[in-house]
Write a protein that binds this ligand. Structure first.
Ligand code: MLT
Length: 327
């Protein structure tokens, strides 16, 4: 008899828990939401996040507050969200680093494919190979020659192992078969400050952080990593045009929630994301910065899940052949 009483009690507790989750999902969101950006303020991920969060907030009727948690190539911020309450009030906006870090890091504070729920894809941002404005090289070939002949002193900025800038820098060094001196930052926002000041020589960073500086002549651009030239940087050749065969990389961004976040919540967030990506201001700002919103069909949990899984598989052999890991 005791067993059935215990079972009835457990069932009642589970029913209350479920109903409160469903109820909370039904009224969601009832308060502001924290969006963790796993890089420093002022960088490309921060720029994308603030634009999208502002537009999503309008649809949700609650403020999305950005919190920058930089460090370890974005994995510290991702770990914060993986271990947050799965109630829909903490989300993560991260990029390709979610996929590359799964291979780059021998141990993470989370399981990339088991610790998150998915909201949707946000945008796919091209990168630019840039240098301090007084860099002597006139073109990418000249920059490569300069890097090879000064390999022990040329510095390449990145935002830590797992960052997009790290991935692009790694691909660049593999392509020119030369290891350069890398300088890690907590984001390419602070790295850009040093590039503008000439304290660091080269960086591969997203157009969302470099377009205005290139247009203003405060840094030098040598290539874009997109398949075609960009309207906002018409004079900058693609890396393939400039001689780096196959050198194409796009930095896709997605929004995640902690595992266990109710599907009704992630679906509501996905709806707000779709509205945000159709916001004319978001589309205009993205265009000015060399990128574009993801298509509506990609702003879904299923699309982000598929993208993350395929990108982990795509980059694993590339990273293993480059032999760069973080312990
Ligand atoms: C940033 O937002 O600082 C960048 O995404 C860092 C990186 O991934 O290179």
């Amino acid at each position: 008899m005791k067993f059935f009483k215990a079972l009835a009690c457990a069932t009642a507790v589970a029913a209350v828990a479920l109903s409160s989750t469903v109820a909370s999902a039904a009224g969601y969101p009832e308060r502001s939401i924290t969006m963790i950006v796993p890089f420093s303020a002022g960088g490309p991920t921060d720029t994308v996040s603030r634009l999208v969060a502002e537009a999503m907030s309008k649809d949700l009727g609650q403020q999305i507050i950005i919190e920058n948690v930089g460090g370890a190539g974005g994995t510290l911020g991702a770990g914060r969200v993986a271990n947050a309450e799965p109630d829909g009030y903490t989300v993560l906006l991260h990029h390709i680093g979610m996929a590359t870090s799964a291979t780059l890091y021998r141990k993470l504070a989370y399981d990339t494919l088991k610790s998150f729920e998915y909201v949707g894809l946000v945008t796919d941002v091209p990168m630019t190979i840039v240098a301090r404005k007084d860099m002597e090289a006139k073109d990418l070939k000249g920059l490569i020659d300069y890097a090879k002949t000064h390999k022990d002193t040329v510095t390449v900025a990145n935002a830590g192992i797992g960052a997009a800038s790290h991935l692009c820098g790694m691909l660049f060094m593999s392509a020119i078969q030369t290891a350069l001196v890398t300088v890690p930052y907590k984001g390419t926002g602070p790295a850009m400050t040093d590039l503008l000041g000439g304290q660091v020589d080269i960086m591969c960073d997203q157009t969302t952080n470099t377009t205005k500086q290139i247009q203003g002549g405060t840094i030098k651009a040598y290539a874009v990593t997109s398949p075609k030239r960009l309207d906002v940087l018409k004079d900058v050749p693609t890396a393939v045009e400039a001689g780096l065969a196959g050198f194409e990389v796009g930095i896709w961004h997605g929004i995640y929630a902690p595992k266990g976040t109710p599907a009704a919540v992630t679906e509501r967030l996905s709806k707000a994301l779709k509205v945000a990506l159709k916001d004319p201001n978001v589309a205009a700002r993205f265009a000015e910065l060399g990128t574009a919103p993801s298509p509506e069909a990609d702003a879904t949990p299923a699309a982000l899940k598929a993208k993350l899984e395929s990108e982990i598989a795509r980059w694993k052999p590339v990273i293993q052949s480059a032999g760069q890991y973080a312990d």
